[in-house]
Write a new protein. Structure first.
Length: 291
């Protein structure tokens, strides 16, 4: 294989290799260093003896990244803040932010909590599908021990994800409860504080029929002023509930749900409220009222 075709083969793998290195290291500049080191080693090797070039390059990048992780650990360096806040690479913060968004800042924060060998085993196996036999040679463990490393990493990642999910639900519940407190108290300013300026109130056909009959709502409402005015002094019978696991509310009459209030929340504010009254739709929802 001549030098030009070897370079072409490497370039074809570069993006994937950068993805491997970035997930392992959480730093764009260090990922570039690991990929560049793989190229240097390839250029000094007899590539004709390599049967699976992509696999060989992955192994080299993983070994270089593992050495970097261990060196970082010995120096007690933290590329992410302790609370998981993303800190851009000073060399190219825009590129670092794009990479972090593609991987997930929350995932990077969780991966930082794994031991180097756990991180390598989990990322290579669960994300990139590398066999435990191949990973064993990289981390210097038996295939059985490598499987255990990946399993421990997986449990820690899943546990952190569940903790994050619980925290999200708690924050959303706080906002929903604040919305109904303000509604019942007729506090327009408090309502406006939890509503996005472009919030939309959307009744389904049955909710619209009910609302038209009593004059409460006759169409979709747009904007925080319109929605807050409609709810001010209202919703006394609504109970905060989990609707398919998401905080919302339900109006129950005669022991059955009559209207469900579905909330969409972004950046700490309500951007959409859907009123669901269609019996068939209500029957499909999992509704759990909260104290």
């Amino acid at each position: 294989m001549d030098g030009e075709s070897l370079a072409d083969r490497f370039e074809a793998d570069r993006k994937r290799l950068q993805g491997v290195a970035y997930r392992l290291l959480g730093s764009a500049s260090e990922a570039d260093d690991a990929v560049q080191e793989a190229w240097l080693r390839l250029s000094r090797s007899d590539a004709s003896e390599v049967e699976n070039l992509s696999g060989w390059l992955t192994t080299v990048v993983a070994r270089v990244s593992l050495d970097m992780l261990r060196s970082r650990q010995s120096r007690r360096e933290e590329p992410l803040a302790p609370d998981g806040e993303f800190i851009p690479d000073s060399a190219d913060p825009e590129r670092e932010a794009v990479l972090a968004e593609s991987v997930g800042v929350a995932m990077l924060a969780v991966l930082e909590r794994l031991a180097p060998a756990e991180r390598v085993a989990f990322v290579l196996h669960d994300v990139f599908g590398v066999s435990f036999e191949e990973i064993a040679g990289i981390v210097g463990r038996s295939p059985v021990a490598t499987r255990q490393l990946a399993s421990r990493g997986r449990r820690r990642v899943q546990g952190a994800s569940e903790d994050g999910r619980a925290a999200d639900v708690a924050r959303q519940r706080d906002i929903v409860e604040a919305f109904f407190r303000a509604s019942r108290a007729g506090d327009l300013q408090a309502l406006l504080a939890v509503l996005d300026p472009d919030v939309v109130l959307r009744p389904d056909a049955e909710a619209l029929r009910m609302g038209t009959r009593n004059g409460w709502i006759t169409s979709d409402l747009h904007g925080a002023e319109a929605v807050s005015s409609r709810f001010s002094g209202q919703a006394e019978a609504a109970q905060v509930a989990l609707i398919d696991g998401v905080p919302g509310a339900v109006w129950v009459a005669g022991g059955r749900p009559v209207v469900v209030f579905g909330f969409t929340i972004r950046n700490g504010r309500v951007v959409d409220i859907e009123l669901v009254a269609d019996p068939a739709r209500l029957a499909r929802l999992r509704i759990e009222t909260l104290a």
